[in-house]
Design a protein around this ligand. Structure first.
Ligand code: ADP
Length: 440
């Protein structure tokens, strides 16, 4: 028996490392083999008894089942084999029902077998289709009979005792095997699932540990860099105050611009790493957003005017309150309005505040007529260190951290940031935050 299995499905099993798939292949193969052996025995019974109709049917089915084994061997697939097996069994049942007018216990059991097998090997959709296919001919036969119609093309050939016993054993075997197979598959699936969950948990722990390490590294490094830069900046301020030499004053002011830029970058990295480690200690208080924006945009307006841009701020007529960390909010406004000014070379930058229709959220809307953002870049715009122009093509200063920090801040406050943009037309960023209601 082993050599037969090796011959027909040895390669097929080796090609499929998935144990569930292997169990399915074995199931299909075993059912074909057992059916074939039974058919050989039936063949001898029919020869002895001289049942010619059954003999012809038997030979055809034997030939078809044998072909299925070769199909499995060479095509290494079971779907078509399962369909054909079910259809052959279905046709066999119909031949018995319509030609021999025989509807007995065995045909009913075979029908059940076919349906379970279909659900098992081909899935629930095919299971239902085959259930219908098996039901309607039987139903039709009863209906025809009740109306007096009878096909009865062949002489009635009653099932002999030995044929009945073999059929019963065969069907019994198939049903037990299907249940056993189902149970095994269930156990295997449970084991595989438990293993996958354990693997995933392990991966998650490693990932969390790596994130912690990265965050610690970043925050330590940022701290180690920030402290000496502050020292350098402090000393350069002292030199600026002490010196009377104009050339040195000029060099010192250049040094301070670069130093502050470096400090800002490091501060952003530190901020992001803190946010990622969720070490953020928010000091929430009630903030009036119109006033906060008005106080923050002065230097940005000057920057916009220097670039000959129109700059507007249209605030909601009433004060808008929200619960926020004031420093965070200032940073968010600076990032988003700063970007609008930075990435706009002509036209206007406008800021507006208003309330959503459901009166639940306040909106800070920042629009510009600048570069715009391409459709491809838009989904990545809030990722840390992502910038649309990178490498040598970069023309604007920046770290690519402002938006990701702003988004994290706003989400911590229960709000969201949305963006609409069209390349070469402009962009609109909307910050939505829950309104602090008591004070409305
Ligand atoms: P950066 O420091 O580079 O400005 P941000 O996180 O603030 O970093 O922005 C990420 C990227 O998003 C920018 O590099 C730019 O490509 C794009 N971007 C942000 N705001 C605008 C805007 N108003 N117009 C066009 N592009 C923008």
């Amino acid at each position: 028996m082993n050599f037969l299995r090796e011959y027909f499905i040895g390669d097929y099993l080796r090609q499929n490392p998935d144990v569930l798939k292997q169990a399915s292949i074995r199931l299909v193969y075993n059912i074909i083999i057992v059916s074939l052996f039974s058919l050989v025995i039936f063949f001898s019974i029919y020869v002895i008894k001289g049942f010619h109709y059954q003999l012809i049917k038997n030979v055809v089915i034997m030939f078809l089942f044998a072909s299925l084994l070769f199909y499995m061997k060479y095509r290494q697939s079971t779907a078509l084999v399962c369909h054909l097996m079910i259809l052959i069994s279905w046709m066999n049942n119909n031949i018995n029902i319509y030609l021999f007018d025989e509807y007995n216990f065995f045909i009913a059991l075979l029908t059940v077998c076919d349906i379970i097998f279909a659900f098992h090997t081909l899935g629930s959709r095919w299971g239902l289709i085959y259930s219908g296919l098996h039901f309607f001919p039987v139903f039709g036969h009863f209906l025809l009979k009740s109306h007096g119609y009878q096909l009865n093309a062949g002489p009635l050939q009653e099932m002999v005792y030995s044929e009945g016993v073999i059929t019963l054993v065969l069907i019994f075997f198939i049903i037990i095997y299907l249940v056993y197979h189902y149970h095994k598959a269930y156990e295997l699936a449970q084991q595989t699932l438990a293993q996958s969950v354990a693997d995933l948990e392990k991966e998650r722990d490693i990932a969390e540990q790596m994130t912690r390490l990265k965050t610690n590294f970043l925050s330590n490094m940022s701290h180690e860099i920030r402290t000496p830069i502050n020292g350098i900046l402090g000393i350069s301020q002292v030199i600026e105050m002490e010196t009377t030499d104009d050339a040195i004053r000029k060099y010192i002011s250049l040094q301070q611009v670069s130093g502050r830029r470096l400090l800002n970058t490091i501060t952003s990295i530190l901020e992001l790493s803190r946010l990622e480690a969720e070490q953020n200690d928010l000091s929430l208080k009630i903030v009036e957003i119109n006033g906060l924006i008005r106080n923050e945009i002065g230097p940005l307006e000057t920057l916009a005017k220097n670039k000959h841009l129109d700059f507007y701020f249209s605030s909601h007529p009433e004060p808008l309150f929200c619960l926020a960390d004031e420093n965070m909010m200032k940073q968010v406004v600076n990032n988003i309005v700063g970007n609008a000014v930075k990435y706009t070379d002509k036209g206007r930058v406008s800021i507006a505040t208003y309330i959503t229709d459901d009166l639940e959220q306040l909106v800070v809307e920042v629009s510009d007529t600048g570069l715009g953002i391409s459709e491809e870049f838009l989904p990545r715009i809030f990722n840390p260190f992502e910038q649309e122009s990178t490498g040598r093509s970069r023309t604007y200063e920046g770290t690519g951290l402002g938006l990701s920090i702003s988004k994290k801040y706003i989400e911590l406050l229960g709000g969201e940031i949305r963006v609409n943009s069209m390349k070469s037309v402009g962009s609109t960023f909307r910050i939505l935050l829950p309104i602090h209601k008591q004070l409305l």
